[in-house]
Write a protein that binds this ligand. Sequence first.
Ligand SMILES: Cc1cc2nc3c(=O)[nH]c(=O)nc-3n(C[C@H](O)[C@H](O)[C@H](O)COP(=O)(O)O)c2cc1C
Length: 319
Amino acid sequence: MNQDHNVTLYLAPIRGITDALYRNTFVRYFSGFDLAMAPFVSTQQGNRIKPGHLRDLETEKNRALPIIPQILSKDPDHFITLAQALIDQGHKQINWNLGCPYPMVANKKRGSGLLPYPNRIASFLEKIKKLPVDLSIKTRLGRFQADEILQLLPIFNNFPLTELIIHPRTGKQMYKGKVDLKTFGQCLEQSRHPVIYNGDITDEGVFLQLKDRFKKVEGWMIGRAALADPFLPARIKKIPLQRDKRELIRLFHDDIFSRYQKILFGPSHILGRMKGLWFYLSQSFTNSRKILKKIQKTKSLQKYNEIVKQIFSEEEWIR
Ligand SMILES: Cc1cc2nc3c(=O)[nH]c(=O)nc-3n(C[C@H](O)[C@H](O)[C@H](O)COP(=O)(O)O)c2cc1C
């Protein structure tokens, strides 16, 4: 089987999970991703930058898997402040988040909440285009309606974007319902920028169908399915496995667990992180619901260790 070098795969940003520690540990055990988009950062009240927010994005911390940092903002001056700090860190590309669907964000006209306002988006881009950095946008199709994006594409086309990453859902859909491939196809035809597809690439079969249908797509971004099944990007690229899957997952788990114990204080923080991880990983084990329930109930590291030991000795990896 030949490896597929023509496919570019991005790890999607999943806030609360795909931080630098996760990304670096991931690539120690699994292959296939070419780069990752980091979860968004934003300024604090009064256009202040919280230094902790930028620490995860330092280029020397992200050598194993190159990253594109992402900013969530509706204020061009705030965007410029943050972008400048990211440029100082050595980043060559910055992404603007126009996709976040959570009402707390969208109601304030941030993320997908900006999509019904083409004029605001145009004037935002006008103000930030002077930044000496490549800009890309990650967007949904709209906040309320899938055709909101059709008003936006001429605006996007007017600015020198490096790429446009499209998750073909509306903000209102959150993560439910189907991806709208028909409207995605229209976007692909109308965009003068390279388009990256993102959303519900759940296995290599789905990927192949999408690749066959949308030949102009220049890259593919995978989030939740890769968190549940970290072997998926390698399968898509036909990279052979060197070791037993369950053994690799165990090594990955133990590694990430011990690293979180070194940087986080107190069992509740550490367990919080591990529970987030298991929300996805459990989906690839037999008795997934039972496993997840047990993990979610855990309050001590000792009990957590016992449960994990039991999972790896009793359950099968099903992917
Ligand atoms: C818990 C969670 C956190 C997310 N955080 C971000 C984020 O910080 N920035 C962003 O652009 N998208 C974020 N997303 C959206 C994903 O990057 C991606 O667009 C979405 O999950 C669809 O892709 P998938 O079906 O491959 O997961 C998040 C999604 C989830 C479920």
